[in-house]
Design a protein around this ligand. Sequence first.
Ligand code: NAP
Length: 291
Amino acid sequence: MTQIISLIGYPLKHSVSPHFQQAALDHYSLDVHYEARETEAETLASVVNELRQPQYLGANVTIPYKEAVLPLLDETDDLAGLVSAVNTIVNREGRLIGFNTDTYGFIRALREDAEFEPKNMRAIVLGAGGAARAVSFALLREGIRSLVIVNRTLSRAEKLVCSLREYVLARGSSVDVVALPRDGSKLGNVIKDCHLIVNCTVLGMKHSACERESPLPAHLIHKDVLVYDLVYNPLWTPLLSVAKEVGAKAINGLPMLVYQGAASFELWTGREAPIDIMLSAAKQALPAGGD
Ligand code: NAP
């Protein structure tokens, strides 16, 4: 029986996970099909429930469901529970276990590909959805000095800040964590002092309504900040163009995509992920865009 791993999200046109996950599965000649399953909100519960059937190894979860799937699962590991966002589901004999491999993928790319050490740095996270949750908790775990969450919907940023502050208190540390609106006047001053800006919104993502938009204008960014765009399709995003304009160092979401996918692959198959094969399949599936 051919086994299945699903990618659950909406929309999915931008995603290259089916390309590089299938390449990794084929590398080991596994009889497993990785399928993109574009899912409307009304059918999310039934699509997740289907994963309990024996032919399913599990799933990846992407926009906009990383938080919404939590109550549909039987269990989450400690990290996914802390972050309250799941990007990987494993089917263990009919029980659905949730994991978060975005945290690992984000930090690995930050250290290895951007050569940035987050300890004692000041960071700004743009967005407050599932990816922003993973990135924010990952930065706190790595000893960031201060963290500002900026989101279109301020109440969502404030909710995330509450959870982050609880975590900071529980660890007995003293990190400054605040929420700011996107269009507020304070944002410029905060950016002047920061070392890292991470875009966790969908702004700039291909096939979205806002594919040509940068989450920040050039005049707000300075050359001494690292600009990290989680968007990977296109590889050259509007935000990266803005970073280049001011001479700031920048990284796109491709290395993170492959590292988080590699960790998911290992959870489903128990095999070592063939990172080079995954990276090259992802690159082949992506339009370069811009530069
Ligand atoms: P999500 O949970 O749906 O969150 C979407 C975020 O984008 C929210 O903060 C939302 O703000 C914001 N947003 C949506 N439309 C907007 C608009 N028109 N103007 C301003 N803000 C807008 O999605 P997610 O799972 O966090 O994913 C976010 C992005 O990260 C996606 O582009 C995804 O592909 C990327 N990502 C990349 C990787 C990687 O490995 N490279 C991993 C995970 C995610 P509101 O709260 O106001 O709606």
